[in-house]
Design a protein around this ligand. Structure first.
Ligand code: SAH
Length: 297
């Protein structure tokens, strides 16, 4: 088997880079590296590197699609920067480790520390350390939207005295939010994702952190339970498309924390969930991203 890859680099803005990454995953990218990605060095511009199989033969079509996507973003008011696309063939080990240079010990919220497996860190007494290898799944845990979630989860932990409430981490990615909730003391967490790369990464990360968290590959409709709290750090469009199911799976008075929403989409996501009987009770912003909290009547 050939372990080499076709690498597509795109120079653009951080926000457009985020969106184009999601698009490239839908188009079959097996891995994404987002450059300059740390909360302390948030830059407006980034280079997104997407990895397609070595023998991927639709590169010209894909380049056209990328340019079209970027054009759509700029027409909807987003800055897209240089919009440069560079394609090259690379060896397996050039990329599978390349993103590690961007991912370091990161402090988030009051007590969370995200620690890459390959770095040493001496934790202080009150710190909650998430040992982490994002693998090829989305999320090093340091994304602004994930940060918003982690900060909010700390607040919830103070708010919810009952740590036995039923929780769903919808779109767990590499498992960061489920691990965080467990470290905050919550006991009944189910994590799901519809992507097997994410399932493998989160399974590994649960093991590394010595946590037993129920995990399965699937969609929210496959969940048989109902929940007091659902965390969904998904994209706006996905949240909208799942609004009815999210509302249905919440218990009365249940809370949905939705994130991964760019500001332009705040209104439509809110409308979509409110049309399904939830009420917006709080919002938090970080850069271009918003986190929305809803409550079921
Ligand atoms: N929760 C993580 C990862 C967020 S990325 C974090 O906060 O960092 C969003 C994840 O949702 C991806 O892993 C993607 O595979 C998953 N996803 C997207 N659509 C989904 C759906 N309809 N059902 C379940 N998971 C989904």
């Amino acid at each position: 088997m050939n372990n080499d890859w076709t690498e597509i680099s795109i120079n653009t803005t951080t926000i457009a880079g985020e969106l184009i990454s999601e698009f490239l995953i839908e188009e079959g990218a097996k891995g994404i590296v987002l450059g300059e990605w740390s909360p302390d060095s948030l830059s407006e511009y980034t280079t997104v590197k997407a990895y397609m199989p070595f023998d991927y033969d639709q590169i010209n079509e894909l380049e056209d699609k990328i340019m079209k996507q970027l054009k759509n973003y700029s027409e909807s008011g987003l800055k897209t920067g240089a919009k440069e696309v560079i394609v090259k063939k690379v060896k397996e080990d050039e990329w599978s480790n390349s993103w590690k240079q961007y991912f370091h010990v990161t402090h988030i919220g009051k007590n969370f520390v995200i620690k890459p497996l390959w770095e040493d860190y001496q934790a202080k007494a009150n710190e909650l350390v998430i040992n982490f290898d994002p693998g090829m799944a989305f999320g090093t845990g340091t994304h602004p939207s994930t940060q918003l979630c982690l900060e909010k989860l700390e607040e919830f932990a103070d708010q919810f005295e009952d740590k036995n409430i039923n929780i769903l981490d919808l779109g767990t990615g590499s498992g960061v939010l489920a691990i965080a909730m467990n470290l905050l003391g919550f006991k009944n967490i189910t994590a799901i994702d519809n992507d097997s790369v994410a399932i493998n990464a989160s399974e590994e990360n649960f093991k590394t952190n010595n946590l037993i968290i129920e995990l399965f590959k699937g969609e929210i409709k496959d969940c048989n339970d109902s929940y007091d709290f659902i965390a969904g750090n998904l994209l706006a469009e996905i949240i909208e498309s799942l609004s009815a199911q999210i509302a249905e799976k919440l218990k009365p008075q249940g809370i949905f924390m939705g994130a991964g929403i760019i500001r332009q989409k705040e209104k439509s996501v809110t409308e979509s969930l409110e049309n399904n009987g939830l009420k917006l009770i709080e919002k938090k912003y970080h850069d271009d991203w918003v986190l929305l909290v809803f409550k079921k009547h």
